[in-house]
Design a protein around this ligand. Structure first.
Ligand code: PBG
Length: 327
């Protein structure tokens, strides 16, 4: 042994010492709760692959929004599931469509006390389940989709969203949405851009959550999981098009990407802990294989440590409750 022996264990010796020397700590204000509303429901509908998460009715969504305010969460990210779908996803641009009505209802419930975000994407609204409209050859038509995103964005802004989340990975989506919002006078409505969104097997439970009609995959528009450098290109493009924040998604299998983006981004960086990440921990915990709450906290803290300023997680309310209980 060499003396004096270096003893990092001193700083781990008591709970108070560990608490004081923690380099990162979670706060409810950086957490965003993703929430689903389904048209025509009379009762909240459990999502079997996401135990504890439901498809909301308007009433239950408003209760969840009020609870989010009460817990001090940063925001809520809304996804809508329409009763009727078609090839163009018309329910997404209809001011009376399920998502647009939900945005308006949540806005009148919580006002500006919570950041209300909404998904700008066609996959929940199309009968083929793709994030855009299809060309004659069956491919996803980038530029035709952009026109619809622009309309969706203005409709969502008019309904009362504070921040729009374009998640379809069409080239140019952030710029087209920015132009459309500005032209309609919505200068203050921003975008949390899904900049580096990867094609992922971990979206599986979300497909049940939104009753997705997709056959096949999204590999021609979402990023290849092998690519790291390309994430920075996507971030740069979204910033040049006017993104107010950028997001990396999924989170846990992409912490290197998150750290890369956090190192260079001049705007806040978000990460989305997605449905499959939620399902894995819930399933392991339900089997008694891991300590549920400890695993949840560790996973969210890991995402923060990697560089996220904002974390979308289905556990947002529960983590906020845990933080409160600890005070
Ligand atoms: C697309 C969208 C998806 C998710 C969020 N927005 C699904 C997809 O790209 O297939 C996934 C979120 C999750 O898995 O929790 N509108």
């Amino acid at each position: 042994m060499t003396f004096p022996l270096d003893r990092p264990r001193r700083l781990r010796s008591t709970a108070a010492m560990r608490r004081m020397t923690a380099e990162y700590r979670l706060d409810p204000s950086e957490l965003v709760l993703p929430a689903f509303i389904r048209e025509g429901l009379t009762e909240p509908n459990p999502i079997s692959s996401m135990p504890g998460v439901v498809q909301h009715t308007t009433d239950s969504l408003l209760r969840a929004s009020a609870e989010a305010v009460e817990l001090g969460l940063g925001g809520i990210m809304l996804f809508g599931i329409p009763a009727e779908r078609d090839a163009h996803g018309s329910a997404g641009t209809d001011p009376d469509g399920v998502l647009n009505k939900a945005i308006a209802a949540v806005r009148s419930e919580v006002g500006d006390d919570l950041v209300i975000m909404s998904d700008v994407c066609l996959d929940e609204f199309t009968d083929h389940g793709h994030c855009g409209v299809l060309a004659d050859d069956g491919s996803v038509d980038n530029d035709a989709t952009l026109e619809i995103y622009a309309q969706m964005a203005v409709t969502q802004a008019e309904a009362g969203a504070h921040l729009l989340g374009p998640s379809g990975m069409m080239d140019g989506q952030v710029g087209v949405i920015r132009q459309a919002l500005d032209a309609a006078g919505h200068h203050d409505v921003g975008q949390i851009a899904y900049a580096a969104k990867y094609s992922s097997a971990f979206y599986g439970p979300f497909r049940e959550a939104v009753d997705s009609q997709l056959k096949g995959d999204r590999r021609t528009y979402q990023m290849h999981s092998a690519n790291r450098r390309e994430a920075l290109r996507e971030v740069e493009l979204d910033l040049s098009e006017g993104a107010d924040m950028v997001m990396v998604k999924p989170a846990m299998s992409y912490l290197d990407i998150l750290a890369d983006v956090a190192a260079v981004s001049p705007v806040p960086v978000a990460a989305y802990q997605i449905s499959g990440e939620y399902a894995m921990i819930e399933a392991a915990a339900a089997n008694g294989w891991i300590d549920r709450m400890a695993a949840i906290e560790e996973s969210v803290l890991g995402i923060k440590r990697a560089g996220a300023n904002i974390i979308l997680t289905y556990w947002a309310a529960e983590v906020a409750q845990l933080l409160r209980a600890r005070r």
